[in-house]
Design a protein around this ligand. Structure first.
Ligand SMILES: Nc1ncnc2c1ncn2[C@@H]1O[C@H](COP(=O)(O)OP(=O)(O)OP(=O)(O)O)[C@@H](O)[C@H]1O
Length: 237
């Protein structure tokens, strides 16, 4: 089967977002291309989640533009910090969006089972999704998104409340998706996690993208003084 045409690159130009008279993102420009994961890092309240929501189309910019510049139809999905599970089995949670996407029943079952297996959840397929642990639910949310075979997957702090073992399992799932060609765009507070996963880094501070660089260059010596302070563990105002 031929791979669908790419919708990437995704370009944001002069992006601004404000709410209630308060500016949250300011004149942000960013090009997202196919390749290894882009980790968006920065202090609390920098605007990381808002940026992901804008890029995924859940919020409308107050100024600027977002364009998918490839020839293909956009295929992007998002996983939230606290995923919402349907009151059904894990397998049915993965099948449901496939049904909405119009996949025939037999193909749905096979694709959902494969996505669960890839996330290491095959043994839990029949379990009620809402009874799974936080880490299992997060992996289930990833499997549910991955089953749609998105070209881009936006992940908003997917490991925020997970212990190290659950974090590791989620990171394995993310790395697997990236290796299969899915562009990961992910926010995290955890610098060690950013070092483990990132191919490129975007550093946001007070609603401004102060740096976007290959991960190796960024961690070896960020250009923005605020990014350098953040890497040193200083508390940024
Ligand atoms: N829909 C909204 N309406 C109004 N203000 C919002 C909205 N969404 C976010 N904000 C505000 O915008 C700022 C940036 O929020 P955002 O959640 O993007 O930060 P963040 O960098 O993801 O922070 P954290 O690391 O704490 O999750 C915050 O001050 C937040 O209160």
């Amino acid at each position: 089967m031929r791979a669908p045409m790419a919708a990437l690159p995704l370009r944001a130009e002069g992006l601004c977002f404000g709410a209630g008279g308060v500016g949250i993102l300011h004149d942000l420009s960013l090009a997202i291309e196919a390749g290894p994961p882009l980790l968006i890092i920065g202090p609390n309240g920098a605007g990381k989640s808002v940026l992901l929501r804008l890029l995924h189309g859940l919020l409308c910019p107050t100024a600027g533009r977002i364009a998918w510049e490839g020839a293909g139809m956009r295929r992007d999905a998002m996983v939230f910090q606290r995923p919402v599970m349907l009151r059904r089995s894990a397998l049915a949670n993965v099948e449901y969006p496939l049904a909405l996407a119009g996949l025939p029943r037999a193909a749905r079952r096979a694709r959902a089972a494969a996505a669960l297996a890839e996330a290491g959840l095959a043994a839990l397929a029949g379990r009620p999704a809402r009874r799974l642990s936080g880490g299992e639910q997060q992996r289930l949310a990833l499997a549910r998104a991955a089953a749609l075979r998105p070209e881009v997957l936006f992940l908003d702090e997917p490991c925020a409340s997970l212990d190290p073992a659950a974090t590791r399992a989620v990171e394995v799932a993310i790395t697997g998706l990236a290796a299969r060609g899915c562009k990961i765009v992910m926010t995290t507070h955890d610098l060690a996690q950013a070092r483990r996963l990132a191919g490129e880094v975007g550093f946001l501070h007070r609603g401004r993208l102060l740096e976007h660089a290959p991960a190796e260059a960024f961690f070896a010596g960020p250009r923005a003084p605020e990014a350098a302070a953040f890497l040193r563990g200083e508390l940024l105002a």
